[in-house]
Ligand binder design. Structure first.
Ligand code: ADP
Ligand code: ZN
Ligand code: ZN
Length: 734
């Protein structure tokens, strides 16, 4: 039965904001005559069974399949709705990543929308001086207030005066009533703090290649050129300046910009450059903000008071209206792929959003992904903006040196010692993927492992504990082997902690700074370490891959990669790409400015590996063409697309049964040229046994395969077998 409402009333289709996969909307509601006007994207409070929920209007269907008399009315319309454009984006994201609309709406809505405490705008009281106040008989505090105002010559915040002079609001009001000062209340935004780190930029005249790039992007924004492009600029070629000019151009056309950066905590420099140049029109959105700051930045964007948004992957969903440009800086960075539900890829979402908005899409990097290299038109910046050369890279063969002289090659040690005498900065990257300090029994060879995950526990000397890097379990170092009882337990592997100590002994008294996820807890901690390193007259920064993320420091004369091939030893089709990017990016931090004697040392057990050789030659084009050939032969992206289906349960029989059920159902429905691999066992994590199925499809069948998987997941999740295992679908797994 299909029914239409009376004149004046309106049917809206609402998606309730709940995490439960089982509760799938949308559901119809009847907005009665006299209710506030309701639009697509509005946030409503709705009755749902005996409960009240929040939900978003996702359709305005005009009529309902249910009888109008049976439809319930929304309770209220709330602040904080979204544009129809973002409703569409949430819809696409849910479908493409096999998630639910409720979850993806959670990504486009301001934080806290689903329930409870959406943060309210803050107001503040401002106190203004008045010219020549006649001031008979005042108390000392009152006189102090007037003196402070006269001295400032402009408005002061009431809270500031309160702190300085100890005067309360009531006395301020009395003074205002006597005409001795002015008072007004205004809304104000809580703004995140930013730090100035690294080289200061003087006034900049664009180089020829930069100018061509800026023009090309501006043409794309104006719709005079294809909208998508890859900005392939060597490290230090001034890509940030290109983005800033392009964003300013978009702004001049009344259009907004989103700039995605890998991780705000690790890229404070790019952020502060945007803010320096484009001022209050820039909003920053990331998870490290306090809730109030986040809500206010969101509000500034939604109300159009800020038109440029900078943030990590989640900022691709920011409420920037009339979007003219999306920039993905360091597009090769793995942080653009999420690991929650949905496991979206911000680069892919950016592409879809830009296309829908008619905006330009710029992916920028010195080390493009093979996918982007093949897919996009390229604009190249082949030289560094300051005219410096890319530093020479030397490979140091570590074969046959196991145990001899610790983790550092003699050349590396000498170079570090030289730093002590000649000054300058050095950066030392320990490629720790899969190689961490752990404790092993010298008698039976068993490593001390996590009780809930199939991995070794990692030694943290500072706190004298062993920790699991998968589940967070931690315990004291045991005195005996849990398997054979032997008490000869020994340390193996090098961590950043030990490396930093070794280096500190070599370079003393030059300070050593450590940057990794253990050394700095809070989000602000990373920036503080980077700032300290940038401000010290001479120093060594030791850390994991984090230290290679786009930083622009002067006077880095030495960059070292320890165990460059550790990433290659990982059985992953992206190993080559990651290794190349890591070495090339670290090398790229080196020799900026006028320095000419900078060098890069790469310690490796695989000095002949293609990815490492290409990085040493600064040869991205050569690496990418080889890598694309290899990917084509092996049937990997971008020639085949991948979707993984991961199952997990505490009981291994439940996982096995679910894996069989998923395997059968998917195999039966896949398009003809797609293949299904697995189930393969994965490491147990958090006491969950895991299995993985992998679907490989040619690009023409990609969407079809995703649809099949989505419907199998929806179907099986409701069966007895399916319910006993958790399922996570990963489209384009990283
Ligand atoms: P990239 O992101 O391409 O690695 P950056 O954007 O960090 O490079 O720029 C490298 C340095 O060059 C920065 O210190 C920046 O201020 C400077 N720079 C950019 N463009 C110019 C220019 N046209 N002239 C001089 N210096 C520039
Ligand atoms: Zn033992
Ligand atoms: Zn664990």
């Amino acid at each position: 039965m299909i029914s239409s409402p009376n004149v004046g009333a309106m049917i809206v289709r609402v998606e309730p904001l709940t995490k439960a996969r089982a509760l799938r909307g949308p559901f119809d509601y009847l907005v009665p005559e006299g209710f506030e006007p309701v639009q697509l994207g509005d946030l409503l409070e709705i009755p749902f069974g005996p409960r009240r929920l929040r939900g978003v209007v996702v359709e305005l269907p005009g009529r309902s399949d249910l009888a109008v008399e049976k439809l319930r009315a929304p309770i209220a319309r709330l602040d904080g709705g979204i544009s129809p454009e973002l409703v569409e984006l949430a819809r696409w994201t849910a479908a493409h990543y096999c998630s639910t609309l409720a979850r993806t709406l959670g990504l486009v809505l301001p934080p806290g929308s689903a329930g409870g405490s959406a943060s309210k705008p803050r107001r503040r009281l401002l106190v203004a001086p008045v010219a020549a106040p006649a001031a008979p008989r005042l108390g000392p505090k009152q006189r102090a207030v007037l003196a402070a105002l006269a001295e400032a010559g402009h408005e002061l915040e009431a809270s500031e005066l309160q702190a300085q002079v100890g005067v309360d609001r009531a006395s301020l009001r009395r003074l205002a009533e006597r005409g001795l000062l002015g008072l007004r209340e205004e809304r104000f935004d809580r703004r995140p703090k930013t730090l100035a780190i690294g080289r200061a930029a003087g006034p900049i005249r664009l180089g020829e290649e930069q100018r061509i790039a800026v023009d090309r992007i501006c043409d794309a924004i104006d719709g005079h050129a294809p909208r998508e492009l890859l900005l392939h600029g060597v490290t230090g070629s001034g890509k940030t300046e290109v983005y800033i000019r392009a964003a300013a151009h978009a702004l001049g056309r009344g259009r907004g910009t989103i700039v995605l950066v890998p991780e705000i905590a690790l890229t404070p420099q790019a952020v502060s450059r945007f803010i320096d140049r484009l001022g209050d029109g820039v909003a920053i959105i990331h998870s490290g903000l306090r809730p109030g700051e986040r809500a206010d930045e969101w509000r500034r964007l939604r109300e159009g008071r800020a038109r440029i948004c900078i943030g990590p992957r989640s900022a691709v969903f920011a409420p920037v209206s009339e979007l003219g440009l999306i920039v993905v800086d360091e597009e090769h960075d793995s942080s653009y792929k999420g690991d929650g539900d949905p496991r979206y890829d911000a680069r892919e979402v950016a592409r879809v959003r830009a296309a829908a908005a008619g905006a330009a899409l710029v992916l920028g990097t010195a080390t493009p992904r093979p996918e982007s290299w093949r897919e996009f038109e390229r604009v190249t910046l082949s030289e560094r903006a300051d005219g410096s050369a890319l530093p020479p890279v030397e490979l140091l063969d570590m074969r046959g040196r196991a145990g001899a002289g610790g983790p550092l090659h003699s050349e590396t040690r000498e170079a570090l010692v030289r730093l002590r005498h000649h000054g300058g900065r050095a950066m030392v990257l320990l490629n720790r993927r899969g190689w961490s300090p752990h404790i092993e029994c010298s008698d039976c060879g068993t490593a001390v492992g996590c009780s809930d995950c199939d991995v070794s526990l990692v030694m943290h000397r500072q706190v004298a504990r062993l920790a699991c890097h998968h589940c967070g379990h931690s315990q004291p170092v045991p005195s005996r082997c849990g398997v054979c009882g032997s008490s000869s337990l020994a340390r193996h592997g090098t961590g950043t902690e030990q490396l930093a100590r070794t280096i500190a002994e070599l370079v003393e008294p030059v300070p050593v700074f450590r940057l990794d996820s253990d050394s700095v807890g809070a989000a602000g901690g990373h920036a503080a370490v980077l700032q300290a390193f940038g401000e010290a007259p001479s120093g060594v920064l030791v850390g994991t891959q984090m230290i290679a993320k786009g930083h622009d420091f002067a006077d880095v004369r030495l960059a070292v990669v320890i165990d460059a091939d550790a990433t290659l030893r990982f059985p992953d089709f992206r190993s080559e790409e990651r290794t190349f990017a890591m070495v090339a990016q670290l090398a790229g931090r080196c020799g900026r400015g006028t320095d000419s004697d900078a060098r890069v040392l790469v310690q490796t057990l695989a000095p002949g590996a293609g990815a490492i050789l290409a990085a040493a030659r600064h040869d991205a084009a050569g690496f990418l063409s080889d890598e694309l050939r290899r990917r084509e032969q092996l049937g990997y992206p971008p020639f085949r697309s991948l979707v993984s289906i991961e199952l997990g349960a505490e009981d291994h029989r439940d996982v096995a049964a679910a894996a069989r059920a998923y395997q059968a159902a998917i195999a039966a429905a896949l398009p003809t040229d797609s293949i299904l691999l697995g189930p393969a066992p994965l490491l147990r994590v958090r006491n969950r046994h895991r299995r993985r199925l992998l679907v490989k499809s040619p690009s023409a069948e990609r969407e079809g395969a995703i649809r099949v998987i989505a419907s199998v997941v929806a179907e099986l999740a409701a069966t007895a077998v399916g319910r006993r295992a958790a399922v996570a679908v990963d489209v384009d797994p990283a």
